[in-house]
Write a protein that binds this ligand. Structure first.
Ligand code: SF4
Ligand SMILES: [Zn+2]
Ligand SMILES: [Zn+2]
Length: 307
């Protein structure tokens, strides 16, 4: 590593391999803030959107997102910020992250909307795992997306900002391509076009790799130690995480390429293949070719008989 930052004489904290930059703590944080502003502009986060919700899981990426978006909104009048936390009901895991969400929103003076699977769907994830043959992460993924959207609608949010980083985005693109899931690929945020029943999503950290969100959170004094979900061993996503780690080692910039691929293909998919409609039960977004059929969350709840 170089002995000085590329922009000043201070000691570097990070070498960014895909861009070849050595940066000190101040210039690294400056880069992250500029990137977040650039993403907010390109995703039109602040255009005529008055009520901005941030999905706050209590993990470092969502906390960093909340912190950077709240900083950005200090210079924008007439905007309201609200945080949304979903408690899935995972014993030994969720209670501590819900506590972190409470603490961080208290410190930043941001209202917190806390919803749980039990309130919304009548059962905790721990109970649902016993009732369904599906894996815990599949149930959790379907219902958390559904719950977040429902909560965002309940607080009248114009946009929902999530903490997805570059690694999350690249993994999701790869997963959807490998399972030939055009509908999911088309539904992925950030959303420029309005999808019926879906509060538009924005991801201001989507071009920032996880190693960088970790360092940024650390340098800003935010909590970085996330408790491990007891179900995470079976997370299907791990396979794609490992593929991408290997690909990035061989070819730095692979994750950015997957993101660009998604950006380029999204308008083509929207026009060519996927038409969206609304779920007849809950009004959430659903593929039109499934017209009259409930969305995945409603089907899942029906199968488990919890609601
Ligand atoms: S690891 Fe799986 S079950 Fe645990 S929070 Fe993540 S998606 Fe949900
Ligand atoms: Zn510097
Ligand atoms: Zn539904």
């Amino acid at each position: 590593m170089s002995f000085v930052c590329d922009r000043c004489k201070k000691r570097p904290q990070i070498f960014i391999r895909y861009s070849g930059q050595h940066l000190c703590a101040d210039h690294f944080l400056d880069l992250i803030r500029r990137r977040v502003r650039k993403e907010a502009r390109s995703q039109r986060l602040l255009d005529s959107r008055k009520r901005i919700a941030v999905a706050l899981s209590g993990g470092k990426d969502s906390i960093l997102t909340l912190k950077l978006v709240s900083e950005m909104l200090r210079s924008c009048r007439g905007r309201e910020l609200v945080a949304i936390t979903i408690d899935e009901g995972i014993s030994g895991y969720r209670p501590s992250s819900v506590e972190i969400s409470r603490k961080i929103t208290g410190e930043l003076g941001i209202p917190l909307e806390l919803r749980s699977f039990r309130d919304l769907y009548g059962a905790d994830l721990d109970r649902m795992v016993e009732l369904s043959e599906l894996g815990p992460c599949t149930i959790c993924g379907i219902l958390r997306r559904h719950a977040l959207n429902r909560a965002a609608r309940l607080v009248d949010a114009d946009v929902l900002v999530t903490g997805h980083n570059l690694d999350d985005m690249a993994q999701t693109v790869l997963m959807n391509v490998m399972s030939a899931d055009m509908h999911r690929l088309a539904r992925m945020g950030p959303h420029q076009e309005r999808i019926p029943g879906l509060v538009p999503r924005s991801m201001v950290l989507r071009t920032t790799p996880e190693t960088e969100t970790y360092l940024a959170a650390l340098l800003l004094g935010l909590p970085v130690h996330e408790p491990e979900c007891p179900y995470s061993e079976v997370a299907h996503r791990r396979v794609f995480q490992n593929i991408l780690l290997e690909a990035e080692r061989e070819t730095p910039g692979t994750r950015h390429s997957l993101l660009r691929f998604h950006e380029q293909i999204t308008p083509l998919i929207h026009r060519a293949n996927v038409v969206f409609g609304k779920c007849p039960t809950c009004s959430e977004s659903v593929a039109e070719n499934g017209s009259g059929v409930p969305c995945k969350a409603c089907q899942l709840l029906q199968d488990m008989g919890v609601k």
